[in-house]
Unconditional design. Structure first.
Length: 590
């Protein structure tokens, strides 16, 4: 029985359309998974792929493990989901630094259990400056989003936690201050903060803050493996949830422009949305009306798309617009989100990661904020073996076509001992864009770093060595991170664009950028969070193939539209709102 989005929406109660056998299966596990067979793989294209990835974390100085719960078993879901990371230029020197979140353990926190800030030494290595920066913190960190909330020219950091979230103000001198309390963001209660995004939803030039919440979770009362039907996976006792546990409600805070925030969840309409297991948050202008919308990937509940009403309120239309469910109307374990333009035609598409036994989802935007599920048409459905987390669109080989990378890793370490075909550690998945609407999965041919198995979670995309390609930072559970250096061959061209808002927020978060060249157009958005709980390089990277010049069209969050023509390729350009291209800050190529 095939269920379409139209038949689901037309039903008075969409859930009644689900066949009884699906509902029965869903009650036997805590995570949504359709149990679909993988799509048949098409023949290999035989085309060369010029990007080549090597894991250089060890030589770069990233050697400390990300502590997160038990190693051989996870008693509670709190230990299983892991955390994100960020590429952030915290000192404004033109070189991307690294911020890694961390968890802890149920019994006690080992010395390594802290978030970490690494300064880029500009020679391929990093130095741990956590303590000097004032960012030492122990707890169950989850998501990170980056943005200049006070418009002082330095990027600030917001971290979500199980417990209390934390806002760190960048002091501009290499240090940060925890200003959560004075900013009005302390809740005085335990919540499971998950995804987050800075977003100027009311276009007043100040970055507001959206926070998703995952589960209402109480360690003292939480069920243990095997205690209920939602505490089993294929008959093996595992940590419970999220099904069977109460879902969270999401929050919107308005920036008052004086360093403080006000909770506007109710008056904005966010509170009216159905409770859900919220995860990664991506805020961008999906319907191209000049106002930022908010997408929330949700685990085992329908994902949410909040459309901006231009008056300080939102309406939730995930099902109506085709991004809430699978193509057959099923809930999925939405975890990570990529945003980009895979065709490319100038619209912002979405890619969402899911649990093993299910396909990850590719959603094509028609330019009005309505999406078509193109997962099978694009040949993404060939891969269903792994639990997928961090992800993103990135043109790794600079051919002008956005590829897709997915970080994988199981949530159940104990399952592998019984079911060897469900390994805890698994490789990255790389889908190269063939330019005809389809993708081709690559493995070791994309470099040894892709094939290395790890229990991966969040990842961030960026150019840490300033050599004109896209590298990847990956969080691994109870292991050091992975730093995939892209050693790109060939002579394909590229351009990077860094935006400085003036009337818009200083970070220009919410801007949509179009690059025109050779009759083609690519779209990207400046966002605060994507992938899985992570924040990427703020410099937008466009592969250009053989094109040597581009026209750049910028839709600023303030509503200003700006066009810059005839920009030469193979450089970073900094664009200041209303002033055009200005001198870069500290940029140089090694």
């Amino acid at each position: 029985m095939k269920i379409t989005r139209r038949s689901f929406v037309s039903s008075a109660a969409g859930a009644l359309l689900l066949p009884s056998e699906w509902l029965a299966a869903a009650q036997q596990q805590g995570v949504a998974s359709r149990g679909v067979a993988p799509q048949a793989r098409p023949p290999a294209s035989g085309r060369p792929f010029n990007a080549h990835f090597a894991n250089v974390a060890q030589q770069a100085g990233l050697r400390i493990p990300t502590i997160y719960g038990g190693i051989d078993a996870k008693k509670y879901i709190l230990e299983a989901n892991g955390c994100g990371c960020a590429f952030i230029d915290y000192d404004n020197d033109g070189w991307i630094d690294i911020f890694l979140l961390c968890g802890t353990r149920l019994d006690s926190a080992p010395p390594e259990a802290t978030n970490r800030l690494y300064r880029n030494n500009r020679d391929g290595t990093f130095t741990d400056v956590t303590d000097k920066a004032g960012l030492h913190a122990v707890g169950w960190a989850n998501g990170v989003c980056v943005g200049d909330y006070n418009n002082d020219g330095f990027e600030d950091i917001f971290c979500t936690y199980y417990g209390e979230n934390r806002l760190y103000r960048n002091n501009g001198n290499g240090t940060f201050t925890d200003v959560t309390r004075e900013a009005g963001l302390l809740r005085g209660e335990t919540r499971w903060g998950a995804g987050c995004s800075f977003v100027d939803y009311n276009r007043d030039g100040h970055l507001d803050l959206f926070v998703s919440n995952y589960i209402r979770f109480d360690l003292a009362r939480a069920p243990v493996p095997g205690q209920a039907s939602t505490c089993n996976w294929k008959g093996i006792p595992v940590n419970c949830g999220p099904r069977g546990l109460p879902p969270g409600r999401h929050l919107l805070y308005r920036n008052n422009g004086d360093g403080t925030f006000t909770d506007v969840t109710k008056e904005s309409g966010i509170a009216a949305a159905t409770e859900s297991y919220g995860m990664t948050v991506v805020a961008a202008d999906f319907d191209e009306d000049g106002w930022t919308d908010i997408f929330v990937a949700c685990d085992s509940t329908p994902s949410l798309l909040f459309m901006n009403n231009h008056d300080g309120t939102f309406r939730e239309e995930g099902v109506l617009r085709g991004v809430a469910l699978s193509e057959d109307g099923m809930e999925q374990a939405g975890m990570g989100v990529g945003i980009g333009d895979y065709q490319p035609v100038g619209h912002l598409d979405l890619f969402k990661t899911h649990f093993m036994g299910d396909t990850d989802g590719l959603y094509r935007n028609d330019g009005t904020g309505s999406f078509d599920d193109r997962t099978r048409a694009a040949k993404i459905g060939v891969e269903t073996r792994y639990v997928s987390w961090g992800t993103g669109f990135a043109d790794f080989d600079n051919d002008g076509l956005a590829d897709i990378l997915i970080v994988t890793g199981n949530v159940y370490p104990e399952v592998e001992r019984v079911l060897p075909d469900s390994p805890y550690k698994s490789p990255c998945i790389l889908f190269r864009n063939l330019g005809n609407g389809t993708f081709e999965e690559l493995g070791a041919e994309a470099g040894p770093g892709i094939a290395e198995p790890h229990p991966g979670r969040g990842c961030a995309f960026g150019d840490f060595d300033n050599d004109g390609d896209v590298d990847v930072l990956i969080v691994n559970m109870n292991e050091p991170p992975t730093l995939l250096r892209n050693d790109l061959s060939g002579r394909q061209n590229w351009i990077k664009i860094f935006l400085e808002g003036v009337k818009s927020n200083r970070s220009a978060i919410g801007a949509r950028v179009l690059v025109h060249y050779g009759g083609k157009v690519q779209a990207q958005a400046r966002v605060s969070q994507s992938s899985y709980y992570s924040s990427c390089d703020p410099r937008l990277h466009f592969g250009l193939g053989e094109a040597k010049t581009v026209d750049v069209e910028i839709f600023w969050p303030s509503g200003l539209r700006e066009t810059i023509r005839g920009v030469p390729a193979n450089q970073l350009v900094t664009v200041r709102e209303g002033a055009g291209i200005v001198k870069n800050r500290g940029w140089s190529r090694s």
